[in-house]
Ligand binder design. Structure first.
Ligand code: PGA
Ligand code: ZN
Length: 417
């Protein structure tokens, strides 16, 4: 097995112009050295149970001292190395060495292991298993914490449910993204671009965004629902204050029951196939009740609600029917993989997801393909920290060749349409 020769951390910049941690792990395999590199992303609408990021200078210092010292000389074994990092940190939320330091090193170890075998990470992770391209959820309008709360709902996304391939899904998305931009320009309702590259519109209500998005799908020449459907991330923890859900844009607040009714109304009126964090992270009863009512028809995703924690998912019994997998939310690849395994055991769907603060690092696309996670969410269809990931998917799809399973979009979302 390859041995770790060196671990190095540096500070680089993310898509919001904020510093973040980059890690490089140098290993010696059979006679030659290889390097794995990865960068930590950063969230804005973070769940309270997430691994904690610390100040970047301090995180980088930890990588170059304590983390380096404990890993150098060790065999390159992802599980063992991740457990070494968890034990070295010694806190339940990784707040001593920082989730940002730990996730960068954990991912860099995986990249190094793939480099030793001269394989792309997806292929290294998949081994002999045949894999499929994940189905993208792509943001068209951005709101919530990513657009100064201008819209309450954080992500208005599309899923190209009728597309026959990943490549085709991106082609269709480009048409919808352009059509949505044209509609906003015509209405003089374009504020700018939110953190993940989606349009930041000046709408009067959240429902207006649903109507406009459905209109943009039609304008682009697609049938809403049958060909292209809508996915939402309510990120409801951000709306929760004093026992109610506050919709600042609409100058009103809703009880749990009213929120439930509003979302059911949206599902009736618009071609929605997936809703993420419809209720706040602590509101397990509301989540379970919503899943009982709507879970047969649509995908209900826990993001802040599960924070990529296998144990939380196992204990949640019946709340949600899908989980978002964010490596930096839990801190290591081993724990992220454990959450994906727990999801499979529970019969849950899963989506590998980027953060609102991202970089040129495309590792998560490889994780989705290599682990066989059926969906991928990396933001909108603009800005290079997003497009780098969609484009990496194109290269992987091309390379899959014969080792390729059918594209799953139609099967995953056939329940509704
Ligand atoms: P975040 O948003 O990266 O700001 O947490 C992404 C999401 O909520 O899915
Ligand atoms: Zn979310």
């Amino acid at each position: 097995m390859a041995k770790i020769l060196e671990v190095f951390g540096r500070s680089v910049w993310d898509s919001r112009g904020r510093p973040t941690v980059e890690a490089e792990v140098t290993v010696k395999g059979t006679g030659r050295t290889s390097v794995g590199r990865a960068i930590a992303p950063a969230g804005a609408s973070t769940g309270s149970g997430e691994a904690k990021s610390i100040e970047v200078r301090q995180a980088v210092h930890g990588v170059n001292t304590e983390i380096r010292n404990v890993l150098v000389g060790k065999s390159l074994n992802q599980q063992e190395n991740d457990h070494t990092l968890i034990a070295l940190d010694g806190t339940p939320d990784k707040s001593r060495l920082g989730g940002n330091a730990i996730v960068a090193v954990s991912l860099a170890c995986a990249q190094a292991a793939a480099a030793v075998e001269k394989k792309p990470l997806w292929k290294f992770l998949a081994g002999e298993r045949a894999v499929a391209m994940p189905v993208p959820q792509i943001q068209i309008f951005g709101g919530g914490a990513h657009a100064h709360g201008r819209m309450d709902v954080q992500d208005f996304m599309i899923i190209c449910t009728g597309a026959g391939s990943y490549t085709e899904a991106l082609e269709w998305t480009a048409e919808v993204y352009r059509a949505a931009g044209a509609r906003l320009a015509k209405r003089e309702a374009l504020h700018g671009v939110a953190d993940e590259g989606g349009y930041w519109p000046a709408f009067k209500s959240n429902e207006e965004a649903l109507a406009e998005l459905t209109g943009a799908i039609s304008d682009a020449g697609f049938e809403p629902g049958a060909e292209i459907a809508i996915a939402l991330d309510i990120a409801a923890s951000q709306l929760w204050r004093g026992g109610r859900y506050h919709l600042a844009l609409e100058k009103r607040s809703l009880s749990v029951e009213q929120m439930h009714a509003m979302l059911l109304g949206w599902i009736e009126r618009y071609p929605i196939v997936s809703i993420e964090d419809p209720f706040a992270e602590h509101d397990a009863d509301a989540m379970a009740s919503f899943t009982r009512t709507a879970g047969e028809r649509i995908q209900i995703v826990g993001d802040d609600f599960f924070v990529t924690d296998a144990k939380k998912l196992q204990e949640a019994k019946g709340a949600c029917n899908a989980v978002l997998l964010k490596p930096n939310q839990v801190g290591t690849l081993t724990e992220t993989l454990a959450c994906w395994r727990a999801a499979q055991e529970a019969g849950y769907g899963a989506i590998v997801s980027a953060r609102s603060g991202e970089t040129e690092d495309v590792s998560i696309v490889h994780l989705a393909v290599g682990w066989g996670v059926p969906q991928l969410k990396v933001g909108s269809f603009a800005r290079s920290e997003r497009m780098a990931k969609w484009n990496e998917g194109l290269r992987i799809e091309e390379a899959l060749g014969r080792n390729k399973l059918p594209y799953l979009a139609r099967k995953l979302f056939s329940r509704r349409f």
